[in-house]
Write a protein that binds this ligand. Sequence first.
Ligand code: PRT
Ligand code: MG
Length: 227
Amino acid sequence: MHPSGAQLSDADTDMNFHTPLTIALSKGRIFKDTLPLLKAAGIEPVDDPDTTRKLILDTNHDNVKLVLIRATDVPTYVQWGAADLGVTGKDTLMEHGGDGLYEPLDLQIAKCGMWVAGFPDADLAARRLRIATKYVRAARDHFAAKGQQVEIIKLYGSMELAPIVGLSDLIVDLVETGNTLKANGLVTLEHMHDISSRLVVNKASWKMKHATLSELVEELRSVVEKG
Ligand code: PRT
Ligand code: MG
């Protein structure tokens, strides 16, 4: 038994966390897929993440804490060193820009695609298309690369609604099964990026806590490679 009372699992590795580590995670899709990876690397939350209202979770290692934050805030916490490392979608990372972050590992979880979508008869070559999206930077880069001038309308959710109410001609959004588009009479029109979640590490932490962090990254890499 660990002093905290947490049961150590068979999957526990030999990693000793002599250095304090703070790991930023978001609740939702990423969290659910990240917990088994952390467990395989020997890190388990002490409190039940499904029921606790705490924002900072203790783990079976006194030195390792998990902070639970909004998905879009993960790169910011890690950039500023409020967390040493974190897990974030490539979509979120592209919008953030990646300043101050290393991206050492594709965790191959929470996979989906970033697509241009709209009505089946949408004219992708029309002039001055209006694109509604949460992913302003990715959308701007995509159409700029095609030499197409578009107007980007920033939204924070429910992008699928925009073409229906005439707010935009097209949307840029994430698509997993396609069910959300279909339910709203929309289709995928153009693939932009394959998306998965990435491990991101604060650049200063990477230098100052290198032994611990590189060992953890390699541990996670072997877990991911085993599938
Ligand atoms: O909390 P906040 O709103 O800031 O963040 P969030 O909504 O981005 O969090 P969350 O947990 O929903 O998503 C976190 C990450 O999961 C995203 O950044 C992606 O990297 C990844 N991911 C994987 C997805 C999807 N698949 C996905 N399908 N994120 C969102 N979706 C949405 C999509 O936007 C659309 O509304 O699901 C809908 C489409 O799904 P299908 O299956 O109907 O095609
Ligand atoms: Mg959400």
